[in-house]
Design a protein. Structure first.
Length: 166
């Protein structure tokens, strides 16, 4: 059975940056959702984190992640995933895939996130995360924002895909 990916919306951050990337009015016509994110923030550090909110909710999330921090592996719980910041190599961006199966079902919503920071040095962060949003509402909006920095910087891009099984 093949899947069909349909680009629903793309955001590319312009000069001056933006405090969040918002996908709103997500149609309920797909089986699953996928967000592909290429990001960097203005935080004065080598890393920042991205917060994920659905339907405007900041509660009822459970996270677990496995982290490779420059060769040191650890696991923990946290409501965020890593992205590049201003002290990473210039013009490098982190990448993340956020997969949300069965986003319209009447069950709690699960997410899987695969992310990696980019830097021309020995410092790198790779994460595999799982998230559960304990809410049975269909997902109609997704908001991504920097946890510590003020803005995503110019050329950060995010594309929301709807996935249909065929």
């Amino acid at each position: 059975m093949a899947n069909t990916y349909v680009a629903i919306a793309t955001t590319t951050v312009g000069s001056g940056g933006t405090a969040s990337i918002d996908f709103t009015s997500i149609p309920g016509t797909y089986t699953d959702l996928l967000v592909k994110l290429s990001s960097r923030t203005d935080r004065v550090s080598d890393t920042d984190s991205v917060k994920l909110e659905v339907n405007g909710s900041t509660t009822s999330y459970t996270w677990l992640y496995l982290l490779n921090n420059s060769g040191t592996v650890s696991s923990a719980t946290a409501q965020r995933f890593f992205t590049n910041a201003s002290q990473n190599t210039a013009s490098t961006f982190a990448s993340a895939d956020i997969y949300i199966p069965n986003y319209t079902s009447s069950n709690n919503k699960s997410f899987s996130i695969d992310t990696s920071t980019e830097n021309n040095s020995t410092t790198v962060h790779q994460q595999l995360l799982t998230q559960l949003w304990s809410n049975t509402a269909a997902i109609t909006s997704i908001k991504l924002s920097p946890q510590f920095g003020v803005n995503f910087v110019q050329y950060t891009t995010a594309t929301l895909y709807g996935i249909k099984s065929s």
